[in-house]
Design a protein around this ligand. Structure first.
Ligand SMILES: *[C@@H]1O[C@H](CO)[C@@H](O)[C@H](O)[C@H]1NC(C)=O
Ligand SMILES: *[C@@H]1O[C@H](CO)[C@@H](O)[C@H](O)[C@H]1NC(C)=O
Ligand SMILES: *[C@@H]1O[C@H](CO)[C@@H](O)[C@H](O)[C@H]1NC(C)=O
Ligand SMILES: *[C@@H]1O[C@H](CO)[C@@H](O)[C@H](O)[C@H]1NC(C)=O
Ligand SMILES: *[C@@H]1O[C@H](CO)[C@@H](O)[C@H](O)[C@H]1NC(C)=O
Ligand SMILES: *[C@@H]1O[C@H](CO)[C@@H](O)[C@H](O)[C@H]1NC(C)=O
Ligand SMILES: *[C@@H]1O[C@H](CO)[C@@H](O)[C@H](O)[C@H]1NC(C)=O
Ligand SMILES: *[C@@H]1O[C@H](CO)[C@@H](O)[C@H](O)[C@H]1NC(C)=O
Length: 910
């Protein structure tokens, strides 16, 4: 049968395919365990994988064994505990990316034991690789892009040996490709990609610009007639985003007689599959045929028009094998290419609030628990439990937390919280938001009072408070916990009567080891009922000027000692006066806000500095909130343009603890008076219909983070002198907040993304103010809800919740370390030792070992200048706040480092 007669030569102008063969620029091809860069026969350049992974050993695969498919190298992971992850960058502009990995064993270790292991991408376990059955083993995925990076990880399995990998490739796909009918949380794993009718090997880049590998059509029986048509096709109506290259479409499997053409494709496992059939009108006729899958008609009388490219997308649910049949209606059934993918369900990620709360907790522990990426998927973190993507249990013990930080209150879905033996002191607090909590274990701590949180914990079933220092009576709120069936109060200092509501058959209550605790008032002796003993907490009033660390030690005096020593009357007096002192101190601490009363609010429009905007004006300026330029601690920031043409950054506050109107206006008033060349200037605000909007000057240079990490097009790599200049500028801004402004202000969220640059690369600090000013000139600290950014948070502030300027100094020290090392404060790749920038960098810098300096700076800095900056950075991140310098000293040292670098550059005439 001479099908050649049928070919029609179309005019060729296939603009679609031949565009830009510089696609390679966006490819990432990692030779795992490789040491050199090389270009292969497809003109693809391969690079070593060392920048994308930080664990594992490397080896060479003998050429004889490795064969043509191998890069000749392998990375293997003998440590069965640690995660082995590659952090792959995802290029924006594409909605999905092709990820291809190859695993080659070929007896590289001469042990003859091919390993087996699991592979995950992002939150999904995608495959169980077993190199006994195939070696090499290739996996390919079409993965949705919704963040900047994705983790590609290997997981050991019992008796599986050392996981290994030889190559990893990343190829961005065009927008909209492979998403017909798929949900956003679905990804694809390749089963087949067949270049129908073509038998001479597989084709890939540069023929396929996305470097998909199109396999030859030869393994399928019965073998029908197939034919290559040297047609230069002009498929003018190509709407198929993922269309194969022309060369692939030019060949088809065509059935010569009116009959059935079928493909029998065995599948590795039962599941949902996504099938794409491509048809190109390469024949001079319009063939029509029925398309069937596993015997069911998918399309009847499907027609392929001449010169047209069409595709059929079909999802087949829960199938074990796939038979595709084409039944002739008119002329000859044909198919030009087939792709079959298994649908991978990608579990949802845990909420970002939960993740960042857990990260803050992780950081405060100071141990590496291996908490990286998502807490729930693909593998649940140690000490954490999940239901779906909800973190429902957290169990930490034998560490030193000192107090129940508000961060715990952000893990909203918790049902089980176990913090036994974590050195907790003070009140049970910050848990009121955990309304799903069922099991709370705070045993073996030094907690002294109940607090009020139990009113909200209505689902509590088990409450274990044994072996604490709880004093006084048991509050009635415990009686209102209807589901409670175990209450352990053993070994505390509780006394008095228990709430009667607790006296019910469904509740097991344990009270031994307390001075006197029962349902009846009569059983207790007089002494313990003496009301003077019921003092909540005899805390020695700390000396205001005293070092912070003394606050942390346990100053609670045992009541009994005092009671023995002092007569009851005297005790009452002391107690009263202490309470009075405490009250005064607390009172002055919390309420002595500078009062810019409503008078100020009334005179809003007369302010010379800040301008009052109406919501309408804001909407007009931001073009209805069109362009988001950032996300701050309270909400989104939009680009705006004032009528006079000035560009502004408009920050819309979104915060559940939104300030009342009066305090908002008071604070804005304060902020508007703060003018400093290194602080971003407040241009005005809007406070209408519950919206609190701040208008700041716009800085076109982007943030320091953009520049260090190149997240933004505007970014340029900063030289050492530039970095020092930025540091000096930012230190000046902070110095003004701490020492120059009235009232003094603690920034609370110093970080690279809060340091902005103008056109001339002058740096200004932003996002200060709003509920963060010090209450009065002589107060040494404020007690606040711990907020901040993981990685920058002062560990002492975290544990004491007492905020001082030194917390800003700590965060600024982290910024300095980032400038020096060019890496982020918390790195989720890498080995455990390098997880935390501060812990990692300190020993190196202390030893003057500058190999950890950002490689973009190497050989371009004066050693003295670097020493000076490194030293001050290390001092800023001292754990003990009293050892940290104040910002003024930091500024002095940075200025000296800057001068040293200037002198160094001038010796080169630069
Ligand atoms: C190989 O790729 C480079 C760009 O990466 C390109 O400049 C060169 O022309 C290509 N060579 C061939 C033979 O295609
Ligand atoms: C892997 O490397 C580590 C350190 O680089 C070494 O101690 C260990 O022996 C190596 N393991 C194997 C199996 O080669
Ligand atoms: C990626 O691009 C889209 C639009 O092209 C944009 O909305 C999104 O914010 C970008 N994401 C990142 C991480 O840059
Ligand atoms: C890998 O496959 C081989 C045979 O194909 C089997 O004997 C072995 O148990 C498998 N290994 C694992 C860890 O599943
Ligand atoms: C198959 O491809 C090789 C090159 O890859 C070529 O030399 C050979 O001529 C081709 N054979 C046919 C039948 O096209
Ligand atoms: C198939 O469809 C064509 C038009 O697309 C129509 O003319 C023809 O009658 C149909 N044949 C059958 C058997 O349904
Ligand atoms: C409590 O934790 C400490 C370590 O912080 C440990 O040494 C001690 O044995 C633990 N006590 C109990 C009772 O588990
Ligand atoms: C709370 O933790 C302690 C210490 O591990 C344990 O002995 C106790 O049984 C736990 N309580 C409950 C109710 O599980």
């Amino acid at each position: 049968m001479d099908l050649q007669l049928l070919w029609v030569g179309f005019f060729l102008c296939c603009g679609f395919w031949t565009l830009a063969f510089s696609d390679q620029d966006v490819f990432l091809s990692l030779s795992c365990g490789g040491t050199t860069t090389f270009t292969d026969s497809s003109n693809i350049s391969w690079i070593p994988d060392i920048d994308y992974v930080s664990t594992g050993n490397t080896s060479i695969i003998d050429n004889g064994e490795g064969g043509s498919f191998s890069t000749g190298h392998v990375r293997f992971f003998p440590d069965t505990r640690a995660r082995k992850c590659y952090k792959l960058p995802l290029k924006n502009g594409s909605s999905s990316v092709l990820i291809r990995a190859q695993f080659v064993y070929k007896n590289y270790d001469k042990l003859g034991k091919p390993p087996a292991f699991a592979v995950s991408i992002g939150t999904a376990i995608t495959t169980n690789v077993n190199l006994t059955s195939h070696d090499p083993w290739t996996e390919e995925f079409v993965w949705p892009v919704n963040k900047e990076t994705v983790s590609f990880c290997l997981h050991s399995i019992p008796e599986g040996g050392s996981p290994l990998i030889s190559s990893l490739e990343l190829r961005p796909l065009p927008r909209g490709a492979y998403d017909d009918g798929l949900l956003p949380n679905q990804a694809l794993r390749k089963s087949y990609r067949i270049n129908c009718g073509y038998t001479n090997g597989s084709l890939r880049y540069p023929i396929d610009r996305y470097d998909r590998i199109w396999d030859a059509d030869e393994n399928f029986k019965p073998f029908h007639v197939s034919s290559g048509f040297k047609v230069e096709a002009n498929f003018d109506s190509i709407q198929v985003k993922e269309a194969p290259p022309a060369v692939v479409v030019e060949t088809a499997r065509v059935l010569a007689r009116r009959d059935e053409l079928s493909y029998n494709l065995p599948l590795e496992e039962q599941g949902d599959y996504f099938v794409i059939l491509y048809f190109g009108g390469i024949l001079a006729v319009h063939p029509s045929f029925d398309v069937l899958m596993n015997g069911k008609v998918i399309e009847s009388n499907y027609t392929v028009e001449m010169g047209e490219m069409r595709a059929l997308y079909v999802i087949q649910e829960q199938i074990k094998s796939l038979i595709i049949t084409f039944k002739s209606v008119k002329f000859y059934p044909q198919v030009n290419a087939i792709e079959v993918y298994q649908i991978v369900h990608v579990p949802l990620e845990a909420s970002s609030t939960t993740v960042s709360a857990l990260q803050v907790i992780h950081q405060s522990i100071g141990l590496n628990l291996g908490w990286e990426d998502d807490p729930c998927s693909p593998r649940t973190w140690d000490h954490v439990g999940c239901e779906g993507n909800l973190v429902t249990s957290l169990e930490l013990s034998d560490i030193n937390f000192r107090s129940i930080s508000p961060t715990f209150g952000d893990i909203l879905d918790l049902k089980i919280l176990d913090l036994h033996n974590t050195s907790l002191t003070g009140q049970i607090e910050n848990l009121g938001s955990l309304t799903h909590l069922e099991n709370l274990n705070l045993s073996f701590n030094k907690l002294t009072s109940f607090g009020t949180d139990f009113e909200n914990l209505s689902n509590l079933k088990i409450l274990d408070l044994q072996n604490n220092s709880l004093q006084g009576i048991v509050p009635d709120s415990l009686g209102e916990l209807e589901d409670l069936h175990l209450l352990n109060l053993e070994n505390n200092r509780l006394e008095g009567t228990l709430p009667l509501a607790l006296n019910k058959g469904t509740l097991e209550i344990r009270t031994s080891g307390n001075p006197c605790l029962s349902f009846s008032t009569m059983t207790c002796n007089d002494v313990s009922l003496n009301p003077t003993i019921e003092t909540p907490q005899v805390t020695v009033v700390p000396d205001r000027k005293k070092d912070m660390s003394s606050h942390n030690s346990n100053n609670h005096m045992p009541i009994t000692i005092i009671a023995c020593a002092v007569a009851a009357v005297l005790l009452v007096l002391i107690t009263l006066s202490l309470s009075f002192l405490l009250y005064m101190r607390k009172h002055s601490q919390y309420t002595a806000q500078p009062t810019y009363s409503t008078k100020a609010a009334m005179e809003l429009r007369n302010w010379n500095a800040a301008k009052v905007f109406s919501y309408k004006e804001i909407k007009a300026a931001t073009n209805n909130f069109k362009e988001v330029i950032g996300r701050g601690s309270f909400g989104s920031v939009y680009l705006g343009k004032l009528p006079e043409g000035k560009l502004v950054a408009v920050k819309v506050r979104f915060d559940k603890s939104q300030l009342g109107a009066d305090s908002f206006i008071n604070e804005v008033h304060l902020l508007s008076q703060i003018r400093h060349q290194n602080l971003v200037c407040l241009e005005g605000f809007c406070n209408e219909s519950k919206r609190q909007i701040l208008v700041y000057e716009y800085l076109p240079g982007g943030s320091l983070a953009d520049h260090i990490y190149g997240k933004n097009k505007k970014s340029v790599s900063l030289s050492w002198i530039r970095r020092l200049k930025v540091a000096v500028d930012a230190a000046k801004g902070l110095d003004y907040l701490h020492n120059g402004s009235e009232p003094r202000i603690i920034h609370r969220d110093v970080k690279c993304s809060n340091i902005l640059l103008d056109m001339e690369m002058n740096a200004k600090v932003c996002d200060f103010g709003l509920s963060k000013q010090l209450p009065q000139p002589d107060a040494t600290h404020v007690t606040t809800v711990v907020k901040g950014t993981a990685g920058y948070l002062d560990p002492e502030y975290y544990s004491t919740q007492q905020l001082t300027e030194k917390s800003d100094v700590y965060s600024f020290g982290v910024v300095l370390l980032e400038l020096i090392c060019g890496r982020e404060p918390l790195s989720h790749t890498g080995n455990p030792d390098s997880f935390n920038l501060v812990l990692w960098a300190k020993p190196y810098l202390q030893a003057g070992a500058f190999e950890i300096v950002d490689e973009r700076l190497r050989g371009r800095f004066d050693v003295e200048s670097m020493k000076k900056a490194a030293l001050i950075a290390i001092r800023c991140v001292e754990r003990d706040a009293s050892l940290r310098p104040n910002i003024g000293q930091v500024l002095d040292d940075l200025t000296q480092a800057y001068d040293a670098q200037i002198a160094y550059l001038s010796t080169f005439g630069l």
